[in-house]
Design a protein around this ligand. Structure first.
Ligand code: DQA
Length: 145
């Protein structure tokens, strides 16, 4: 069976490559997403990728995914730590969602230690740089079977 996965990226992740490269690496989001799509395809899954800096657009993307996706790999960026709306969207979608971070948020500033989303996600991956996305896809596909 072919699974369709949404890989959703939140605010400022469009700046990957130039944004704080010591924290987030020097690769662009397009580079990582391109490799991730090939990786998923090798495993019989298809990816759609989307990025937005707007909370409402991310809510819309999650709601739209309900009609076509088997699950979501979601890096909510800073909204991880602030957004009740995104938590409600994830919970309301009833889709398996893997919260994904490039950095280890628990090793950083205290305000990053809280996630409003983790409690409604299937699982959480973080701290492995670009590899976090690949581990998240793996985890989601293993869950979906
Ligand atoms: C991030 C971690 C967040 O705290 C931060 O606001 C981001 C990126 C990560 O991928 O490590 O924008 O989600």
């Amino acid at each position: 069976m072919t699974h369709s996965i949404l890989v959703l990226n939140g605010p400022n992740l469009n700046l990957l490559g130039t944004r704080e490269p010591d924290v987030y690496g020097s690769e662009t989001l397009a580079d990582i997403m391109g490799d991730l799509a090939a990786y998923a395809e090798e495993r019989g899954a298809s990816l759609r990728t989307q990025q937005s800096n707007s909370e409402g657009d991310l809510v819309d993307a999650i709601q739209e995914a309900m009609s076509w996706a088997s699950g979501i790999v979601f890096n909510p960026g800073a909204y991880t730590h602030t957004s009740v709306a995104l938590r409600d969207a994830v919970a309301g979608s009833a889709l398996p969602v893997v919260e994904t971070h490039l950095s280890n948020v628990h090793a950083r500033e205290e305000f990053r230690h809280t996630s409003l989303l983790s409690g409604v996600c299937l699982g959480v991956v973080g701290g492995f740089g670009r590899h976090s996305y690949f581990l998240a896809v793996d985890g989601l596909l293993r869950h979906l079977g």
